[in-house]
Design a binder for this molecule. Structure first.
Ligand SMILES: Nc1nc2c(ncn2[C@@H]2O[C@H](COP(=O)(O)OP(=O)(O)OP(=O)(O)O)[C@@H](O)[C@H]2O)c(=O)[nH]1
Ligand SMILES: [Mg+2]
Length: 478
């Protein structure tokens, strides 16, 4: 059998398995437990870990969830954590993250670099006549945390190594951060036979470039696993880099081996992620640190808009034949785009942030809708670290937020600047390549989480987490 044939057969097998899962998913009576799989994603530092931790804490103790109808009406009777059902997926370390956030000197949780999962089960007593007759039912909520960068890798599936290399080299040609890699690459003859140290130094230098690019605010930093290697670090499937395309290269040459490793990355890393995690998601929240990008400047905003469009492309069955096969008969039903860390802004500015969020995902929004998903944009803070304060400053009143600064540990009131009412005032300069915002500077401070004293029955303070939960899963909890 040729390589091509075996690939096709494994692809069909994926599709068949998916089909079988669908059948078991849908044949559930109202009396059996149902499960919802909620995907939580976003680019690195967008707020995934804090979101999940606070969501779970606020579902366990629902005193601050009035907008979650099932909580306000009392339909949700109890909620409890359970061992998660997927034996090979790391458990989301809820207790450690909550411990960080609720310690006497609270701190933000550490960065997480891989996929993880948590099961929260809720006992729900449906309202109304039929509901009361049927008694309480159990809803298992499986929350899956995965890096948004991994969705960007979907685009690699459509490309050969040669096409990918040409694209990447073209895109990074004028970036300062890439010059050292480009110089190294241009001195390499891909037809030479493979020497592992050469492959490693190329991969190392390319990864260095990706890291710098990420820090500078570029979001098109694929292959995603280069930045978040997890347990794959150092493996051949992560030891490749783009080389100038060649018409032909001899067997055992560096170029041929890079080609082979690129294909291995696709089949051994990208596809299993989509098959085992992505294709099973029912509801999805995409977290976006829009304020962070605005603070970095127009180029970061434009780049984030592109990355979001690519991320959301993954939710459109039909874009990729292999994914369509995998999704057969199933789709992500609801997608929430949430601008996180809204506690950096006085609530008066939240509608503006939401409008920017809506405009940022504009293209992506339509694409997802096209696939039949319900979508919504919102501004939220999963963990509120500030209080609002209006101060007089040189005869002007300023709507500020007050919190503990990360750097100094001191309390300070802070005015972040005024977001424009019309989001195009931000997005247009970004799109047309402006280097700086013309009429304003948007500051952003890093606030430490505030020490908490929680009343019994209350979860941690947040902004609109209940509304987000209602949109995502509320219909199943009434
Ligand atoms: N003020 C405020 N800051 C937040 C909030 N959520 C997240 N942050 C900040 O954003 C940082 C990143 O949050 P995480 O939840 O760790 O983000 P993540 O997406 O899990 O990050 P990675 O695991 O590195 O991909 C935190 O360390 C906080 O500084 C929030 O609701 N309010
Ligand atoms: Mg995280």
């Amino acid at each position: 059998m040729t390589k091509g044939q075996s690939l096709i057969i494994s692809d069909i097998a994926d599709g068949v398995l998916r089909g079988i899962n669908n059948v078991t998913d849908t044949v559930t009576s109202p009396f059996q437990p149902t499960s919802i799989r909620l995907g939580v994603t976003g680019l690195s530092r967008s707020g995934k870990t804090v979101f999940i931790t606070s969501l779970v804490a606020n579902l366990l103790d629902r005193g601050r969830m009035p907008q979650l109808i099932g909580a306000a009406s009392g339909s949700i009777q109890t909620a409890y954590l359970q061992p998660q059902p997927d034996d090979t997926v790391p458990r989301f370390d809820y207790e450690a993250h909550l411990g960080d956030l609720t310690a006497p000197t609270p701190k933000w949780p550490d960065s997480t670099r891989t996929v993880s999962q948590l099961r929260l089960s809720l006992k729900v007593q449906p309202r109304g006549l039929i509901g009361t007759m049927s008694g309480p039912r159990t809803v298992h909520l499986d929350i899956v945390d995965y890096p948004g960068e991994w969705l960007l890798d979907l685009a690699l599936l459509d490309k050969t190594y040669s096409e990918w290399s040409a694209d990447v080299l073209d895109r990074i040609a004028n970036r300062d951060a890439a010059q050292s890699y480009l110089k190294l690459q241009s001195g390499i003859d891909g037809t030479q036979s493979l020497e592992e140290p050469v492959a490693q130094s190329l991969a190392h230098s390319f990864t260095q470039y990706l890291r710098t690019a990420r820090a500078e605010g570029f979001y098109d930093c694929t292959p995603g696993r280069f930045l978040l290697p997890g347990e794959m670090e150092g493996s051949p499937a992560l030891t490749f880099a783009p080389l100038d395309p060649l018409d032909s290269a001899p067997r055992k040459s560096l170029w041929r081996e890079m080609d082979r490793r690129f294909e291995a990355y696709k089949s051994r890393i990208v596809k299993p992620f989509f098959r085992d995690h992505f294709a099973r998601i029912d509801r999805q929240v995409v977290l976006v640190d829009a304020l962070g990008a605005i603070h970095k400047g127009p180029q970061a905003v434009e780049d984030m808009r592109h990355a979001l469009a690519d991320i959301l492309g993954a939710f459109k069955p039909g874009r990729n034949a292999w994914l369509t096969q995998l999704f057969r008969g199933k789709r992500v039903e609801r997608i929430l785009f949430a601008a996180t860390k809204a506690d950096h802004l006085h609530h008066r500015q939240h509608p503006r942030l939401t409008a920017i969020m809506e405009a940022l995902v504009g293209d992506a929004h339509d694409r997802a809708r096209f696939a039949g998903a319900d979508t919504q944009a919102m501004s939220i803070a999963a963990l509120r670290a500030t209080v609002e304060e209006t101060i007089d400053h040189q005869g002007q009143t300023l709507d500020c937020v007050r919190g503990t600064l990360m750097d100094s540990g001191k309390q300070a009131a802070f005015y972040p600047g005024e977001l424009p009412e019309d989001p195009t005032h931000l997005l247009n300069p970004a799109r047309s390549g402006a280097e700086k915002w013309l009429d304003a500077d948007y500051e952003i401070m890093s606030f430490a989480p505030a020490p908490l004293t929680l009343k019994p029955g209350d979860g941690p303070p947040h902004i609109r987490l209940d509304k987000a939960a209602e949109f995502l899963i509320g219909d199943r909890l009434r």
